[in-house]
Design a protein around this ligand. Sequence first.
Ligand code: RIB
Length: 312
Amino acid sequence: MSITVVGSVHVDFYIKVDRFPLVGETLLGRGFQISPGGKGANQAVGCSKLGEETYIVGRIGKDFSEYLLANFRNVGVKTDFLKIDLEHNTGVAFIILNTSTGENMIIIDPGADYWITRKDVDDALKAIVESDIILLQLEIPLEINMYVSEIAFLKGKTVILNPAPASKLPEEIFKYVKIITPNRVEASQLTGVEVRDLNTAVKAGKKLIEKGVEYSVITLGSQGAVLVTSDKYIYYPSFKVDVVDTTGAGDAFNAGLAVALSQGHTIEEAVKWANACAALKITKIGAQSGLPDKYELEEFLRKNQNYQMKIL
Ligand code: RIB
């Protein structure tokens, strides 16, 4: 089976600093690098590296098309339905990486991401039909996410929505989404519950289930993640690793979740894989270069076989 990711494709401009600049301050950075990124692209690359046949559906500009297509080719992501927009530039992200903490600040110009059309989605129907899982984020217009979710739902597919970056969502979308994976900020924005700890994460997760999803998976950064289903709440502590770069941790998480489900694992096991993928990602620099492959994930899970999730 395959996975289809409909979403953003960026070029990331990274610069490293020892601390974030103050407002109005000019700070010396170092280690400038250009690398492929975008939440959609990162999640597609993550799925492919973990061994699943993966399609990316979206738009890029002509400016970086060769670079990005070659990158997708190298990791085996299928680009049959990735369109080159001749009128708009590729989306870009400016990423300031604080090497003291591994935290980042990101500013995006979505460029061609925002010009994806319903027709692009219709043209990619073959990928959607072939896939068992459709993975979405919020870096393309909401209207397109609504359109894809409805089509995928009607075709009996599992829709996973990673609601990042934080945005308001129409209530209707929750009918079509089976699994939602917000972080603390996104969960707070979607539910009105301020997520501060496990209790408030469960409360927010339950609200999302009331809205119509089957599973909420709230990610809590260095605290791990919480899975909320209609009848149980499970806490997944984070794996202990050395944090180098948290950029793309959420993308690694969603890729791990989608691949585990696509391979027939339970949601409980899939969240463990997701958590492991995020842990592996943050030990390396780069949104995509740090994404684990299936061998790294297998070895990591073997080494951490005593890992315990906790029923709350
Ligand atoms: O999730 C990380 C990604 O967010 C980066 O690659 C950047 O392009 C932004 O979309």
